[in-house]
Design a protein around this ligand. Structure first.
Ligand code: SF4
Length: 56
């Protein structure tokens, strides 16, 4: 299990620094979470102004 970033992402980058395991990176059209790195801590969820980060 891992958190995912939906198409509501506006690529603001607010979530990147919130992740303790550096699982978030900039993708082609939105930011993405590496499911192999994500530890499901939820720290990034509250940082997103678009509420685009959800538990998978
Ligand atoms: Fe990183 Fe935690 Fe968000 Fe997973 S849930 S991407 S580990 S901040």
């Amino acid at each position: 299990m891992a958190h995912v970033i939906t198409d509501d992402c506006v690529c603001c980058g607010s979530c990147i620094d919130a992740c303790p395991v550096e699982a978030i990176s900039e993708g082609d059209s939105k930011y993405v979470i590496d499911a192999d790195k994500c530890v499901d801590c939820g720290a990034c969820v509250g940082e997103c102004p678009s509420e685009a980060i959800k538990p998978a």
